[in-house]
Design a protein around this ligand. Structure first.
Ligand code: IMP
Ligand code: MG
Length: 176
């Protein structure tokens, strides 16, 4: 078996949309500062590109999490692999994520960060697969809604590969 990547959203399309969402965030946070929290590793490319398009003052921090409770445990919880360096108390937190799939990770993460008393908390995602949702979760900013396909590029990986693609593609498997 070998895999190939079929382009779903090309580089220009992604760049234009990221710029547009950056401008929207700049308007929404007018007169405020925004504290972007990147969810590692998938959110890295999106957060760096997005933050370049935001004109209000930006600070940033990084967090790595893994979701468990995917089975019967309906509450679900998020395990912190790498916590934030700085407190979020009193800050306008904007969680920046690569993709919302079942919705578990962001639902749990938002609840966890809320306990740390930010001034506000919003979610910005590059991609959304609404068909896959298990837990109700709506991001405040979504660049693209996509069909139920496994995608890579712009930070997203398949077995840690393809994160560096400048576009978003669907992984296709061919018999050799
Ligand atoms: P969920 O919303 O809790 O199911 O988790 C979403 C996480 O699953 C994302 O942050 C990704 O790391 C991963 N994920 C979901 N769908 C894809 C995909 O199509 N490609 C790559 N990673 C994905
Ligand atoms: Mg992720």
């Amino acid at each position: 078996m070998s895999e190939r990547i079929e382009i779903l959203l090309d580089e220009d399309t992604v760049d234009a949309k990221v710029k547009e969402i950056g401008e929207l965030i700049s308007r929404d946070y007018e007169g405020e500062e925004v504290h972007m929290i990147c969810i590692l590793k998938g959110g890295v490319y999106f957060m760096t590109e997005l933050s370049k398009r935001v004109t209000v003052p930006v600070s940033m921090d990084f967090m790595a999490v893994s979701s468990y409770g995917a089975g019967t445990e309906s509450t679900g919880r998020v395990k912190i692999i790498k916590d934030l360096d700085d407190p979020v108390e009193g800050k306008n937190v904007l969680i920046v994520e690569d993709i919302v799939d079942t919705g578990r990770t962001l639902t749990n993460l938002k609840a966890l960060l809320k306990q740390r008393n930010p001034k506000s908390i919003k979610i910005c995602t590059l991609l959304d697969k609404p068909d896959r949702r298990v837990v109700e979760m709506k991001a405040d900013y979504t660049c693209f809604e996509i069909p139920n396909e496994f995608v890579v590029g712009y930070g997203l990986d398949y077995a840690q590969k393809y994160r560096n693609l400048p576009y978003i593609g669907i992984v296709k498997f061919d018999e050799e």
